[in-house]
Design a protein around this ligand. Structure first.
Ligand code: FRU
Length: 909
């Protein structure tokens, strides 16, 4: 619509302005003038200009050659090339211009020659007077004087132009036929100043009665020279041209300077008239000869008056023309304005019509849109409502299934753990029941995996996964999973291999998630590869791009090409797959790999190949995605009866057997509590609590390990119990394992905040639990060893320990204060520390592995040793100063510790 408006506007404007160009010249006439300086030529130019101005469609251009033949040539060339419609030439000389004039003529351009002639007939028209007649008239005027022996001086023009030649010819024709007149002298204009004075000096030899100058200027010049010789009264002067105006022919005749002048019209107006006729396709004569006449004292006056009148008329015409021109301009401007206004008026009218139409159609459209909008809004609200209902219902369903899945975990753990116990029963291994138990185990595992996948899917959907990547040897990690599938491969005679080009490849991976990816890709491979087929894992280190590619290739049924781009979509089931599957395994694998900023791709040709690409190093991960103390893999993929040895977690083997250790299990699920009790009581002394008396039990028993469920009976939950125990001096040193079904980031963080040492999610493998207990005890032993060996640093070292450091410091300080008191007792120390004697004993044993009484003794002996080294006190003085009841008892104790008696020790140092 806007386009149409613009087009209309411009069309009308163009129309208006195109009308304003109606005085445009239609024809171009060019005139090349050979001489510029004298009046005769100026009159010729002026006549042309006046004549041209009478014709509105004529555009006249006058070119001045200034007596330069080369300039005149180039002017003609220009007029030809610029497409002038008629060319008028007043030639300087008869020959040099011929070829150019003929060229123009041959091209069809009309050519008019004025005044001087050229040596060619190839032109359209000639305009000029007959110069032979001019010569004759001058001669006849002299002869008409009817005197005898008239002597004449002829002064010719300097060039060889046709007027010079022809005037001379005509003049001589008449003089020669008259016996009374003779031309005694004939000179050229250029020689006048030099020759005329000589001639005047010899007048007594050859007299002169008449001087004939070839134009009025020459005759006037001759008069001036003669006058200067004071002989002017006897000689008469005749010129040619007869122009009106000061110092021109007619005035010179009136003044008596010239006796006569032959009128020689310029032909400027005539030449232009002929040009116009040609342009109007009217017939013109080739030779247009202008009239001449003799002007002397008899008609000079009349001629002058005639010319003055003509000039006056001319002037009036010109001023009229100027006025007309001005009026035309005014008219043209006004007419343009009028047209413009008219145009604008039309545009305005059109716009008004258009606006009315637009308003009408807009109104109509608006109404339609409003109706449509209303419909859409109603529909949208309905859809929104339905979507909301669906969302709520979906959410409820998903929450129900998620909750149910969580609920499934505890019973499955119990089933799995019970089966693990059954499997250890030697008699079972030999009997037929073993296979069925194996079946139960494997299917329970499968069920567990499916539940976990379901929960993982939910977590991925909710974007709740946070990567917990730790530095892992990829080959060892891969080998562990590889081993899990070996038996299946053997059973089905599948060639199953793993290879790598770099054994020492350490990658930051979330072991739990990557375990799931491996498991998924391998169990898929095993599912779709027929017996006797092949499956391989190939690990390629590509250092140039800082990446590792893991290829999982099988010789299975493959994936149809048309479905390749869907394999990672949730709930995808291959069209050629008739085996049951959840359809989320590959989707989860992709999500897990992408959480590692890696990628997974699939190729299918003679089987299927999945390629997992992972980055090396840790630059691609954020700091909160990296952990230095990785979780134990939540779930193993072991089959029943597989030997489980997780190399990753075998590095810290406890040095002592578990016999001496005690564990407090805080669990209100009786089945689980009994199960754990039954399993662990073989190696550990077990205390049980349902949660209601957890704190009391812990303080009372000071166990070596506390295992605590989150949801337990009593007022405190597992986190709070853990936190309370960790901040109590009596129990702060005890490693705490939190067992829970809550597998989410928040619970994990809460567990860490409560000070838990380990966070195990249900269902857990008993083997892993057992191994975790051993590792924690081993770490405790290491810490204890460190404490013992660095006991002297306890008061100074900054990072020695938290509550424990404080505890030991307090003990040391109190012992130091009472070191000389042989009656200082453990009870006294316990009382000072505000704990019971048994608690003090257990705490010391747990931290330093020594009894408190041994510790007091050891502090006394260390002090004694120090006094032996640094003082001259006697041995018995030192014995009493360090709280020994007798010097003998001191000596025996000292020897027991340092293998020397105090006396020997001092003498040696
Ligand atoms: C002017 C003039 C006239 C003469 C004519 C001949 O330039 O010399 O006086 O009549 O040219 O071409």
């Amino acid at each position: 619509m806007i386009k149409t408006k613009a087009f209309l506007f411009f069309a009308i404007l163009t129309l208006c302005f195109s009308c304003t160009n109606d005085d445009e010249k239609k024809y171009r006439i060019g005139f090349s003038q050979c001489i510029s300086k004298d009046d005769w030529r100026k009159v010729m130019d002026h006549e042309m200009i006046v004549e041209a101005s009478l014709n509105e469609d004529i555009d006249l251009t006058i070119f001045q050659a200034n007596e330069d033949i080369e300039i005149q040539k180039s002017q003609i060339e220009t007029m030809i090339n610029d497409g002038f419609d008629v060319i008028i030439i007043s030639p300087l000389r008869p020959d040099p211009l011929v070829s150019l004039i003929e060229k123009a003529y041959d091209k069809g351009i009309p050519v008019i020659i004025v005044d001087r002639k050229i040596n060619s007939q190839k032109f359209t028209a000639y305009v000029g007077a007959n110069n032979i007649d001019v010569g004759r008239m001058a001669a006849k005027y002299i002869a008409s004087q009817n005197k005898e022996n008239i002597s004449v001086l002829e002064i010719k023009g300097s060039d060889n132009s046709s007027p010079v030649i022809e005037r001379h010819l005509g003049f001589h024709q008449i003089i020669n036929s008259d016996p009374n007149v003779s031309i005694n002298y004939s000179i050229k204009e250029e020689n006048l100043p030099q020759r005329l004075p000589q001639i005047l000096d010899s007048l007594n030899i050859k007299p002169i009665h008449y001087v004939f100058g070839f134009n009025d200027n020459i005759a006037h010049d001759a008069w001036k020279i003669t006058k200067s010789k004071a002989t002017e009264s006897s000689i008469k002067f005749i010129g040619v041209d007869g122009l009106n105006g000061e110092n021109n022919g007619i005035q010179l005749v009136q003044n008596g300077v010239l006796s006569a002048t032959v009128l020689y019209p310029t032909g400027g107006d005539e030449a232009l008239k002929i040009a116009v006729k040609i342009l109007r396709n009217e017939k013109v004569d080739k030779n247009n000869i202008l009239n001449t006449t003799i002007i002397d004292f008899r008609n000079a006056e009349i001629m002058k008056n005639q010319y003055d009148k003509i000039n006056k008329h001319q002037y009036e015409i010109e001023s009229q023309q100027e006025k007309i021109k001005l009026q035309k301009q005014t008219y043209s401007t006004q007419s343009n304005i009028l047209k413009l206004l008219l145009g604008l008026l039309i545009i305005s009218l059109l716009l008004v019509v258009f606006s009315i139409y637009s308003a009408y159609s807009n109104q109509k459209k608006k109404r339609e849109l409003e109706i449509r909008n209303k419909k859409i809004t109603t529909q949208r609200n309905q859809i929104k409502k339905i979507a909301q209902e669906i969302k709520i219902s979906n959410e409820a369903k998903v929450n129900f299934f998620t909750g149910l899945s969580h609920e499934f975990k505890t019973p499955i753990t119990l089933i799995l753990s019970s089966i693990e116990s059954l499997s250890e029963n030697k008699t079972l291994k030999d009997n037929k029941l073993s296979r069925e138990v194996g079946l139960i185990f494997n299917n329970s595992k499968r069920l567990l995996r499916l539940i976990n996948q379901l929960l993982d899917f939910r977590k991925i959907e909710d974007r709740k996964f946070i990567l917990k990547a730790s530095e892992t040897n990829l080959i060892k990690f891969s080998n562990l999973i590889f081993n899990d599938f070996k038996r299946e491969a053997q059973k089905r005679n599948i060639t199953f291999s793993i290879e790598t080009d770099n054994e020492d490849l350490n990658l930051f991976i979330d072991r739990n998630l990557m375990d799931k990816v491996y498991f998924n890709l391998l169990s898929n491979a095993f599912k779709f590869t027929p017996n006797n087929g092949s499956i391989s894992i190939k690990i390629h280190d590509i250092p140039e791009i800082n990446q590792v590619k893991i290829h999982f290739k099988d010789s299975g049924i493959g994936i149809p090409t048309s479905e390749m781009n869907q394999v990672f979509s949730a709930f995808y089931q291959g069209s050629n797959n008739n085996k049951s599957s959840s359809g989320i395994g590959l989707h989860l694998s992709k999500e897990f790999v992408e959480l590692h900023k890696g990628s997974i791709e699939v190729k299918s040709k003679h089987g299927t190949e999945f390629i997992v690409t992972l980055y090396k190093g840790q630059a691609h991960l954020s700091t909160d995605e990296i952990v230095y103390d990785p979780d134990i893999i939540e779930e193993t993929v072991l089959s029943f009866n597989d030997g489980y040895e997780d190399e990753v977690f075998l590095q810290n083997q406890p040095t002592q057997s578990g016999d001496h250790y005690s564990i407090l299990i805080i669990e209100d699920n009786l089945d689980l509590a009994n199960y754990l009790h039954g399993k662990l009581s073989k190696d550990y002394h077990i205390h049980l609590s349902d949660g209601s008396d957890a704190i009391e039990k812990a303080i009372e028993t000071i166990p070596d390990i506390i295992m605590c469920d989150i949801n337990v009976s009593g007022s405190l939950d597992g986190f709070e119990i853990c936190k309370t125990l960790k901040t109590d001096l009596r129990t702060s040193h005890i490693p705490n394992i939190i067992l829970t079904a809550l597998n989410n980031k928040e619970s994990y963080i809460q567990g860490l905040q409560s000070g838990a040492d380990l966070f195990l999610t249900k269902p857990f493998s008993f083997a892993i639990l057992q191994q975790s207990i051993k590792s924690l005890l081993y770490n405790r032993e290491k810490l204890r060893y460190y404490f013992i060996n660095n006991i002297h640093k306890v008061d100074t070292e900054q990072n020695f320990g938290l509550l424990e450091q404080d505890f030991i410091s307090k003990i040391n300080k109190h012992i130091e204060e009472h070191i000389d008191n042989s009656k200082f007792s453990v009870e006294q120390l316990a009382e000072h520390l505000n704990i019971s004697r048994v608690q003090l004993y257990r705490k010391m044993k747990a931290i330093l592995g020594v009894s408190i009484s041994d510790y007091i003794q050891s502090r006394r002996l260390e002090k004694a040793k120090h006094l032996l080294d640094n003082t001259s006190l006697t041995i018995s003085e030192i014995a009493y100063a360090t709280g020994f009841s007798s010097p003998n008892y001191f000596s025996t104790s000292f020897k027991n510790k340092y293998q020397k008696t105090p006396k020997k020790y001092r003498s040696n140092t």
